[in-house]
Design a protein around this ligand. Structure first.
Ligand SMILES: CCCCCCCCCCCCCCCC(=O)SCCNC(=O)CCNC(=O)[C@H](O)C(C)(C)COP(=O)(O)OP(=O)(O)OC[C@H]1O[C@@H](n2cnc3c(N)ncnc32)[C@H](O)[C@@H]1OP(=O)(O)O
Length: 248
């Protein structure tokens, strides 16, 4: 089902080639533009909802309008979560993902890029809707960002795994409304297990949070993937020694 050679063509986003053909890629691409446009608009609505200072009658009027729009969308909707879908470029996508899902207004959305060495990276700014301590990002959101960016490390190695653990250390508060940069890198590959590390830095290049994590390809998914070629001695599948990227 998943083929690492085919996947390499799209390695910057870590997505796997889909085994399912797309009937009409042009129509699907147009639908995707509309879907991501709606998610962006609702994301902006959520941000405005947190920050608005308009009077109560206006709030009530807007709530009524939003309820009408919700009913319009639910006129044709699927029951459960989206799971994996094939996109117009023929790649498997998790459009409902809470961190990267292009159809999900809850997602920031993160745009994570990476390469076959297992290094991943993402620039982001989190707004008022992600607040924890006053003026700073909620610790659970910080962990979710690290989970996603570090979780993309095994995906870029062709070994998409689930988080077995994510140990997060909060060095200093992560500011809201300011540019942040999150990076992940492979520390060690041990068969179907990928050990990864990563960090978030603020605009002053100070580390606000760091994490080490283990991602495991679930047993039920292994038959669909190439056998891992890494070993337990700190070697990535590509054969290169795993290293922390230099700070920049
Ligand atoms: C697919 C296409 C995608 C396309 C799109 C691409 C983009 C892709 C980006 C993805 C980015 C996602 C980033 C968010 C990722 C989540 O949020 S995942 C959600 C949170 N995590 C979970 O829900 C996981 C829940 N846990 C489980 O499902 C299972 O425990 C696991 C982790 C899959 C392992 O279960 P299992 O497959 O039955 O394997 P099991 O035999 O228990 O363990 C295998 C090995 O791992 C070790 N292990 C397991 N757990 C632990 C642990 N906690 N500590 C230490 N060792 C452990 C075992 O000791 C064993 O070691 P060995 O004996 O082989 O040496």
């Amino acid at each position: 089902m998943f083929n690492r050679e085919r996947t390499r063509r799209h390695m910057t986003d870590g997505a796997f080639a889909s085994p399912f053909p797309v009937e009409d890629p042009v129509a699907l691409a147009a639908l995707e533009v509309a879907q991501s446009g709606l998610a962006a608009a609702v994301r902006a609505l959520a941000d405005a909802t947190v920050r608005t200072r308009v009077a109560a009658p206006d709030l009530a009027a807007v709530a009524e309008q939003v309820e009408t729009l919700t009913a319009r969308l639910l006129a044709e909707a699927q029951e459960g979560p989206l799971g994996l879908e094939t996109d117009s470029a023929g790649r498997l996508r998790d459009h409902g993902n809470a961190m990267v899902g292009m159809r999900n207004p809850i997602a920031p959305p993160l745009v994570v890029t990476g390469d076959e060495s297992g290094s991943t990276s993402c620039a982001l700014t989190l707004g008022a809707g992600y607040e924890g301590p006053p003026g700073y990002v909620h610790g659970g959101i910080v962990a979710a960002v690290l989970d996603q960016v570090l979780g993309s490390v095994p995906a870029h190695l062709g070994l998409p795994g689930m988080t077995a653990y994510l140990n997060t250390t909060y060095r200093r508060p992560t500011p809201l409304g300011a540019p942040l940069h999150c990076r992940g890198w492979v520390e060690r590959v041990d068969g179907w297990k990928v050990h990864a590390r990563g960090e978030i830095r603020d605009a002053q290049d100070l580390v606000t949070a760091e994490a080490e994590a283990l991602f495991v390809v679930p047993r039920w998914a292994r038959e669909h993937l190439d056998r891992p070629t890494g070993d337990a001695a700190g070697t990535a599948p590509g054969g290169e020694a795993a290293q922390e990227p230099s700070a920049s």
